[in-house]
Design a protein around this ligand. Structure first.
Ligand code: ADP
Ligand code: G3P
Length: 504
């Protein structure tokens, strides 16, 4: 009997496989971190072969922990870190370069060059995105321009591109032995190349970037059978039936299916997604327009997104680069020893500033330092930075939609941190709500796959699986909220205009 669905969550720091039952509860999981490669300041890479190996390992581990086999699994769903670009030779299965990660800023020169003709928003009306290093398109161009022989091979039709969903799917379905080269609409909407109306690649933009169309995967919906797992793999012959970029998957896993619903995911970065239904809404306040989900032949749901590049990774930086803490949860212990931030604000503009500013010239800043400040204040300021950035994104969503959100559903690794969630509610002035299953990203991909094979019958059934675990009510008075936001915004101005010809 197929009683379960497995989701592969290929994230920025780790790859997970999680098995869910019909009620949406977690039955077992496997997880492996992969190496973060920083060859130069601003460059961030992953080894795509390592990611594929880890994917196989975590599937094996999740199955064996629950004592299950492929016969118990109805379908496979895939969710992934978006924008991270893998280019590989489809005749050998070898990537021609490491995966260039979404946080990588090496393509700023490409962005500047392309912006000369028509400005940074020249494709925004069509694709919903400004020209920025964040998106896959500039990374593909960089590989074609900089890796020896890549352009010739691409023009000969041997190289293909995919975000990591596509790389995992291709390998899972056979790789050089007939692997399926497909992505879903949500991932495609993060490349700079997909027309939001037609949901197809735009030849004119591909031409401007010099990317051959033959490299691009076929764009399909987020919920349909793309292929079956290859006979050489553990899950052989199981249908792969759902793909969603991780932030859209979390929105789906939070059952935010309707227009006006939203969620915020706190991981490496933070991503607030606001469902705008079947309408394509263009932001006037620095948000992206993206595809939320598309189920089979049904019309797509679109969304506005506030992407924040650095939140949890600031905590990792305190741990790995400064050695201030030995584990991420320890930041809460340090922060709890002081009654406030001691006047310190940290603007973690490690990759420039994303939403709502889109300022590639910004770099990280710690301001307000005095002899009074100690590491506990720094820890507190690091946590607060996540909450301040989220408030700015929520303000942008409210301004665009005209109807202020009255509560915020949250998920992701950082929501384990109580102090942060309380401060988040305080600085937003609305309740913050955590569901029982916080692995909403994997759950969303499982839902998409399960819907396609009839494991779940409809969205109503999925909504009834959602239940609240904890709620944080705002406790700060509005004057104090606004005082802190004023200081935060002042700190943000100090991080801007830092990059010049001498500083990258
Ligand atoms: N208790 C905590 N307090 C603050 N940050 C935390 C805590 N636990 C984990 N994190 C941060 O959350 C992130 C991991 O969350 P996760 O959702 O697994 O990320 P991702 O999906 O981006 O890989 C890490 O960046 C880590 O620093
Ligand atoms: O893997 P995460 O959770 O850090 O998410 C990364 C985002 O998809 C980047 O856009």
């Amino acid at each position: 009997m197929n009683q379960y669905v497995i989701a592969i969550d290929q994230g920025t720091t780790s790859t997970r496989a999680i098995i869910f039952d019909h009620s949406g509860a977690i039955v077992s999981s496997g997880q492996m971190e992969h190496e973060q490669i920083f060859p130069k300041a601003g460059w961030v890479e992953h080894n795509a072969a390592e990611i594929w190996n880890n994917t196989r390992e975590v599937i094996a581990s999740a199955l064996s922990k629950a004592n299950l086999t492929r016969h118990d699994i109805a379908a496979v769903g895939i969710t992934n870190q978006r924008e991270t670009a893998v280019v590989w030779d489809k005749t050998t299965g070898e990537p021609v370069y490491n995966a260039i990660v979404w946080q990588d800023t090496r393509t700023q020169d490409i962005v500047d060059e392309l912006s000369k003709d028509g400005g940074g928003d020249r494709f925004k009306q069509k694709v919903g995105l400004p020209l920025a290093t964040y998106f896959s398109g500039t990374k593909i161009k960089w590989i074609l321009d900089n890796v020896d022989g890549a352009r010739e091979k691409a023009e000969a039709g041997n190289l293909v591109f995919g975000n990591t969903d596509c790389w995992v799917l291709w390998n899972l379905t056979g790789g050089v032995d007939g692997g399926v080269h497909v992505t879903d609409v949500t991932n495609a909407s993060r490349t700079l190349f997909m027309d939001l109306e037609t949901l197809q690649w735009d030849d004119e933009i591909l031409g401007v970037f010099g990317v051959p169309r033959s490299m691009m995967p076929e764009i399909k919906s987020s919920s349909e059978v793309y292929g079956t797992v290859h006979t050489s793999q553990l899950l052989r012959e199981t249908p792969v039936a759902g793909i969603l970029g991780d932030q859209q998957a979390a929105t789906f896993g939070q059952a935010a299916f309707e227009t006006g619903e939203a969620k915020n995911t706190y991981g490496t970065g933070c991503f607030l997604i606001f469902n705008t239904g079947e309408e394509i809404v263009h932001s006037k306040n620095g948000l992206l327009t993206t595809v939320g989900y598309k189920l089979g032949d049904a019309k797509p749901h679109y969304a506005l997104e506030g992407s924040i590049a650095v939140t949890g990774s600031l905590i990792q930086w305190l741990r790995d680069n400064l050695g201030m803490i030995s584990s991420a949860p320890e930041v809460e212990t340090l922060a709890a020893t002081v009654k406030d931030n001691g006047g310190v604000y940290i603007v973690p503009a490690f990759s420039g500033l994303f939403a709502p500013y889109w300022r590639p010239d910004a770099r990280g800043a710690i301001v307000g330092l005095t002899r009074f400040v100690n590491k506990n204040h720094i820890a507190r300021a690091a946590l607060e930075a996540t909450a301040f950035q989220t408030r700015e994104v929520l303000d942008a969503v409210n301004a665009d939609s005209g109807v202020p959100l009255t509560e915020l559903k949250v998920d992701g690794g950082m929501v384990a941190n109580d102090a942060l969630m309380q401060f988040q509610a305080d600085i937003l002035g609305v309740p913050v709500i955590r569901p029982k299953v916080i692995e909403t990203t994997a759950l969303g991909a499982a839902y998409a796959a399960g819907l396609a094979v009839g494991f779940w019958k409809d969205l109503g059934e999925l909504s009834s699986n959602w239940s609240e675990d904890k709620r944080w009510e705002p406790q700060l008075d509005q004057a104090e909220q606004e005082r802190q936001m004023r200081l935060w915004r002042k700190a943000v101005t100090k991080s801007m205009d830092w990059v010049d010809e001498d500083v990258q």
